[in-house]
Write a protein that binds this ligand. Structure first.
Ligand SMILES: [Mg+2]
Length: 232
C-alpha cells in the first residue's frame, strides 16, 4: 500500500502535452498575421523565446515585456510589418488556453489514481491560460483543486507556495504528500525546499545535478508503480 494520500501534479509537460499545445496555439495565432507558419519560423521563435527567458532569469527583462517582445523580435526578423506584438501576444495566450492536449495515457492514469489518492494540480502557468485550459479538459473532473501560482501570490519553488497548498488541502502531515513534476528548478527544488517527497519526471534524460529526488521516472505512466512499490 502506498504511503501517500495526496498527489501534487505539475500541469505543463507533466499532465498536459505543453509542447503540442504551444505549437498549435502558435500556428493558430499566426493565421491572422502576415507571417506564415512553417517549421523554420517555429524554430526561430523558440530560439528567441529561450533567449528571453534566460534574460528574464538574470533580471534583464520583465515577464510582462517578454510576452510581447518575443513576437516583436520574430516579426522583425522576418520583416513582417504592421503587427502589434502586444495584441498578438494576447491572441497567442488566448489560443494557448484553447489547447488542452494531454500526454498520452494520462487521463486513464489519473482515473485509476483518483480512486486511491486525492489529486491536486500545482502550476506556475498564467491564470487565464490555465483556467481556460482546465475548463476544457476532461482531467478536471478527476482533480480536487488547481493551485495557480499567480492567484496564490507565490510561485514554485517558493516554500510559501507549498505551505499555502498544504493549508488548503488541510492535512499538515507533509509525509502524506508527494510532488510529481518535470521541472527540476520549480517542482523538485520546491518539494525539497518544503520538506515534501518528490518524483521527477525526467522527460529528456537530464542530469539532476546535486539534487536528490526520491524517485526518477522517464515515463509519466510509471508514476503508478512508484507510488505503489517505490523505485524499480
Ligand atoms: Mg512542467
Amino acid at each position: 500500500m502506498s504511503k501517500y494520500k495526496y498527489l501534487l501534479f505539475d500541469a505543463d509537460n507533466t499532465l498536459f502535452d505543453f509542447d503540442r499545445c504551444e505549437r498549435a496555439a502558435f500556428r493558430a495565432a499566426l493565421e491572422s498575421s502576415p507571417l506564415e507558419y512553417n517549421e523554420d519560423v517555429y524554430a526561430d521563435y523558440h530560439v528567441i523565446n529561450d533567449g528571453l527567458w534566460k534574460l528574464l532569469e538574470k533580471g534583464g527583462i520583465e515577464r510582462s515585456k517578454l510576452k510581447s517582445e518575443r513576437f516583436r523580435l520574430l516579426f522583425e526578423k522576418y520583416g513582417a510589418e504592421g503587427v502589434d506584438s502586444v495584441d498578438f501576444a494576447a491572441k497567442y495566450e488566448s489560443k494557448l488556453g484553447e489547447q488542452s492536449y494531454e500526454i498520452d495515457g494520462v487521463y486513464d492514469l489519473l482515473k485509476r489514481l483518483c480512486a486511491k489518492y486525492d489529486i491536486y494540480v500545482i502550476t506556475n502557468g498564467l491564470t487565464n491560460v490555465q483556467e481556460s485550459r482546465f475548463s476544457r479538459s476532461r482531467m478536471t473532473s478527476l482533480v480536487k483543486d488547481v493551485f495557480i501560482s499567480e492567484k496564490v501570490g507565490y510561485a514554485k519553488p517558493d516554500k510559501r507556495y507549498f505551505d499555502y497548498v498544504i493549508s488548503q488541502v488541510g492535512d499538515p502531515d507533509r509525509s502524506d504528500y508527494i510532488v510529481i513534476g518535470d521541472s527540476l528548478t520549480s517542482d523538485i527544488d520546491g518539494a525539497i525546499n518544503s520538506g515534501i517527497e518528490c518524483c521527477w519526471y525526467n522527460r529528456h534524460g537530464d542530469d539532476p545535478g546535486d539534487r536528490n529526488p526520491n524517485y526518477i521516472i522517464d515515463d509519466i505512466l510509471s508514476v503508478e508503480t512508484v507510488l505503489e512499490h517505490g523505485q524499480n
